[in-house]
Design a protein around this ligand. Structure first.
Ligand code: BGC
Ligand code: BGC
Length: 567
């Protein structure tokens, strides 16, 4: 291979920033991604995505070596950028299932839906171990407990990659963000994103880093994970994306990682003020492929010069390219007998009832019952009237959270299919049981029971950093309004993390933590009406007040890690 061909393999551009598709062949690009907002120009349908994938892939046929592209996307809870995909609960809820086998199964479904669009690489699983729920990425973690993360990391990698990466229904997995992304100190972020937890500095000694933040990677490697994404965050002041200690000495040499490292979105830019210097540091530290969404030309030119100037050794380039091609080989991308275009027959099962059933099962098992006075739950399907309330009762976008259709997620009917909590309740009861709804909880007098669905609105990454996790005044008001009707009140909290409940817990007769359940609200109705008895256990300790941060779990929490009632 020529130097240009090698550097091309080490380059990942974002399709939305490729102005001329001939760049794919002219620069020998090895990979393309779609970032959180990078949809096909024709829209978000499966067909539009599949056409986009095929169009880009066809360009590689024009190169001398005809090495196919790896196309990567954030399929972090189902194929979540695509309209009509099944959206699974975010990882925080999956951690509460304590059921890694179920997660392996649902990642098989995700892999199949991703493959339906032709895409062969998911930037998942996120094996972060969030230590401070004020962080906007808390919900991307299975648990604050490294042991639980370890179990789910292994299951998720096995689910996505299947038993053989070469299987056309397998998807290349990516454990992220290496290492310590969930351990940053408040206010430590150098870039003014969020409030300074996201992309910040993890100030712990090496023993602590290893104990809390590495177990997920160790099992992911054993399970054969093909890629790992170094973090935006720093470890004791050194950016992970430029740390030779982390990337080469620990990950590759000590842990024996044989796959390749993909940088986070523009993360190399943060390694040094001078871009060329940043590339030098990062590649020499062990980065194998740059996620360089927009600056890919500059990156290619700079890296070429760095090699010519002897600042990046040819041996490092060869190591990176060998790693990338080994993964492509294992995936069957280099098999000339195999078409690399999308398998359009997979459209049949995309978003299918069968796939939704797996998500519904995950939702049921992810719910954690925190309170159930006077056996309010399960509800009777033949109640005289059920009054439903709250801003999250009839909002599939809020139910799905961030990384759903849009990077940040969005309120409202963001995707077809599935059911909101309100719709699911209506479906679950016979037509003779009236279900009424008011967003603010008024008009409930005379109902047998009130169900109020409150909580967060979607966010992703640093914009979800919060100094205060108290419930919103409108949520508290909705609970108060139901309560003043003199009926039993069931509170369902939709949130990416434990919230400070204040007086709401006392007012609630029953309280269910539903996390970010995704599209299948039917799983919530299953628990409300007793078709499924709750089994979920907290994957995070639940604090009483903000004063307990950052060490919520060590300070007499409201509900301990592992808590969860049943009936
Ligand atoms: C992209 C996301 C990316 C983020 C990083 C957004 O514009 O759409 O994919 O994660 O930028 O800052
Ligand atoms: C996020 C990653 C994601 C990448 C690509 C970044 O901003 O930190 O988790 O995989 O964008 O969208």
């Amino acid at each position: 291979m020529t130097l240009e061909e090698k550097i091309g393999q080490m380059t990942q551009a974002d399709q939305e920033h490729i102005r001329n598709l001939a760049d794919i062949e002219n620069l020998f690009l090895g990979s393309i991604l779609s970032g959180g907002q990078s949809d096909p120009k024709e829209g978000n349908s499966l067909q539009a995505w599949t056409n986009l994938y095929d169009r880009l892939q066809q360009h590689t046929a024009k190169t001398r070596l005809k090495i196919p592209l790896l196309y990567g996307i954030d399929a972090v809870h189902g194929h979540n950028n695509v309209l009509g995909a099944v959206i699974f609960p975010h990882n925080i809820g999956l951690g509460c299932t304590r059921n890694p086998a179920l997660v392996e199964k649902l990642e098989r479904v995700t892999a199949e839906e991703v493959r339906a669009s032709g895409i062969q690489w998911a930037f998942a699983p996120c094996v972060t171990v969030p230590q401070d729920a004020r962080w906007g990425r808390t919900y991307e973690g299975f648990s604050e407990d490294p042991e639980l993360v370890r179990q789910f990391a292994e299951a998720a990698v096995r689910g996505l990659q299947g038993s053989d990466l070469g299987n056309p229904l397998s998807v290349l997995a990516c454990a992220k963000h290496f290492a310590g992304d969930g351990g940053t100190a408040w206010g430590s972020a150098r870039v003014p994103i969020g409030l300074g937890l996201d992309q910040g500095d993890t100030r712990v000694d090496e023993a602590t880093l290893r104990r809390i933040h590495l177990p997920g990677y160790i099992v992911a490697i054993t399970a054969g994970v093909g890629t790992i994404m170094p973090s935006y965050s720093s470890w004791n002041g050194v950016k992970a994306s430029g740390s030779k200690r982390l990337l080469t000495e620990i990950l590759k040499q000590e842990l024996g990682f044989q796959g390749f490292l993909i940088s986070d979105y523009n993360a190399i830019d943060q390694v040094d003020r001078d871009y060329k210097k940043a590339i030098e540091i990062s590649i020499n530290a062990g980065m194998d492929m740059g996620m360089v969404p927009k600056r890919y030309r500059e990156y290619v030119d700079d890296l070429k010069q760095l090699v010519r100037e002897g600042r990046v050794p040819m041996a490092r380039i060869d190591d990176a390219v060998t790693r990338i091609l080994r993964v492509k080989f294992a995936m069957g991308l280099l098999d000339p007998k195999r078409s690399q275009l999308a398998d359009r027959s997979l459209a049949k099962t995309f978003g299918s009832a069968e796939h939704r059933q797996v998500a519904r099962e995950a939702v049921r098992q992810s719910l954690v019952l925190l309170k159930n006075s006077h056996r309010v739950l399960p509800l009777s399907k033949t109640a005289a009237r059920i009054h439903v309330a709250g801003k999250n009762a009839d909002d599939i976008g809020n139910q799905c959270g961030g990384w759903t259709i849009d990077w940040q997620g969005r309120s409202g009917p963001v995707t077809p299919g599935g059911a909101t909590v309100l719709a699911a309740i209506k479906k679950a009861v016979p037509p003779t049981t009236p279900v009424t709804f008011s967003r603010d909880g008024t008009g409930a007098a005379g109902a047998t029971v009130g169900v109020v669905v409150i909580g967060e609105r979607p966010y992703a990454e640093g914009s979800g950093d919060r100094a205060d996790l108290s419930l919103a005044p409108e949520d508290v008001a909705a609970v108060d309004n139901l309560k003043s009707a003199g009926i039993p009140v069931v509170v369902i909290l939709i949130s990416g993390r434990p919230m400070i409940l204040g007086g709401v817990l006392d007012k609630a007769d029953a309280f269910l933590a539903a996390w970010l359940p995704g599209t299948e609200g039917d799983g919530i109705a299953d628990v409300l009406f007793g078709a499924y008895k709750p089994t979920g256990k907290l994957s995070f300790a639940w604090p009483r007040s903000m004063e307990q941060y950052p060490r919520a779990k060590d300070t007499n929490p409201l509900f301990a890690y592992g808590f969860g009632l049943t009936y």
